[in-house]
Write a protein that binds this ligand. Structure first.
Ligand SMILES: *Cc1c(COP(=O)(O)O)cnc(C)c1O
Length: 388
């Protein structure tokens, strides 16, 4: 460990505040450090390992594809991306086409480009502004940073891409004002803000966003974290009964391999045309084959178990002394505590449970298929750490 830590310091750019632990392997919702200590994982690599570590179904899909074709340019047709796109579209009622990339920020970058082009084509090149929300998180490229409504991420990197306007989450008057004073191409939002503190938007605010479709303003739902069953429905927008014009997703989709997807409705599906967008690695056959195995398993029966586990966590923690509030949906939950969250995270780690934070809250993102006994054991540890 010391050797790795020293070399990490020497050779890896110093952008991460790492925990003092080296994880060597994992299976399902359990993982092991270099001393063989076991941890129950409630983080899934920030919502990435949808079915836990080294899941057998996913592993088979990935390794079978590895024996066939690992990559070829998007100049050629391949099977896995088409099968995945069809399956993904089938999980929605109104989305029609997909563009594949490799990460959340790329999925959002594609959505922003498409929204700008849609507005330029329909309303003129001066209609390009995009409303996003304070405390949102949309990625770390210069444009998706601009979309991210948090000043702390912006400083040091100015000037960012022009054309983003920030409105407070749930501030209906602020939204109306921004729309009346500017030429707006799109509104981009997470229905459950992840990095911003696991905040679920109010349904009145989401209704107000939906009304903007009447003015032909493009709605972009960023489902990078909330998508793929995380909140108890395939996409979190489905809890609100809206039909976004563009939906982006990534994290859980690949089951552990990098992939991003931007999904388009009837209205936006033909905006991007030949040569207007692309990605060398996008639609990688191996990533797509793994993702297909993930999407196929996110069905009603899994979702009802996700919701049961969600209720179990909420019921177990809501009356614990030291818990101020619980937010989020499904297996994307935030817990606001009286005690310092870093302390709780540290104590849980000592007791063999991995959790992370979102702002000052604890954030729980267990695998969608975490065995109930493991969840029960882990939540007992979290509870004790909050209380003590
Ligand atoms: C993680 C995240 C992103 C960025 O994804 P990357 O794969 O790190 O680029 C964008 N939007 C939301 C909502 C996220 O949670």
């Amino acid at each position: 460990m010391n050797n790795i830590k020293d070399k990490d310091k020497q050779f890896i750019a110093d952008t991460y505040a790492r925990f003092d632990v080296l994880i060597k392997s994992g299976k399902g919702s359990l993982c092991y450090d270099e001393n063989g200590k076991e941890y129950i994982d409630l983080t899934t690599g920030i919502g990435v390992n949808a079915f836990g570590f080294c899941d057998d179904v996913w592993k088979t899909a990935v390794t079978e594809q590895l024996d066939k074709l690992q990559h070829i340019s998007n100049l050629y047709y391949t099977e896995p991306c088409v099968a995945l796109a069809e399956k993904l579209i089938g999980k929605t009622e109104h989305l029609k086409k997909v563009f594949f990339s490799n990460s959340g920020l790329e999925a959002n970058e594609c959505a922003i480009k498409a929204a700008r082009k849609y507005a330029a084509d329909k309303k003129g090149a001066d209609c390009y502004k995009i409303i996003t929300l304070k405390d949102s998180f949309h990625g770390r490229s210069i444009t998706t940073l601009a979309a991210t409504g948090q000043d702390s991420f912006h400083k040091d990197f100015l000037p960012l891409t022009d054309g983003f306007i920030y409105v407070n989450a749930d501030d209906i008057d602020g939204l109306k004002k921004a729309v009346s004073e500017n030429k707006i191409a799109a509104v981009m939002f997470e229905t459950v803000q992840g990095e911003g503190g696991v905040h679920t938007l109010s349904s009145a605010f989401v209704d107000e966003i939906q009304k903007l479709q009447q003015q032909d303003i493009v709605l972009i739902a960023d489902e990078v974290q909330t998508g793929n069953g995380r909140t108890g429905k395939y996409f979190a927008y489905m809890h609100f009964g809206i039909k976004p014009d563009i939906v982006t997703t990534a994290k859980g989709l690949g089951g552990g391999l990098p992939i991003g997807a931007t999904l388009f409705s009837d209205k936006t599906k033909d905006v991007l045309t030949k040569g207007t967008h692309g990605s060398t690695f996008g639609a990688n056959p191996v990533a797509c084959a793994g993702a297909l195995s993930v999407v196929e398993r996110i069905d009603n029966s899994l979702m009802s178990k996700v919701n049961e586990k969600s209720n179990f966590i909420k019921d177990s923690l809501c009356n614990v002394s030291g818990v101020k509030s619980i937010s989020g949906m499904g297996l994307m939950l935030g817990v606001e505590t009286e005690k310092n969250a870093d302390e709780i995270v540290k104590q849980c780690m000592e007791q063999g449970v991995l959790i992370i934070k979102a702002k000052a809250k604890l954030r729980l993102l267990p695998a969608l298929n975490i065995p109930f006994e493991q969840l029960e054991k882990a939540i007992a540890v979290v509870k004790k750490a909050i209380e003590s």
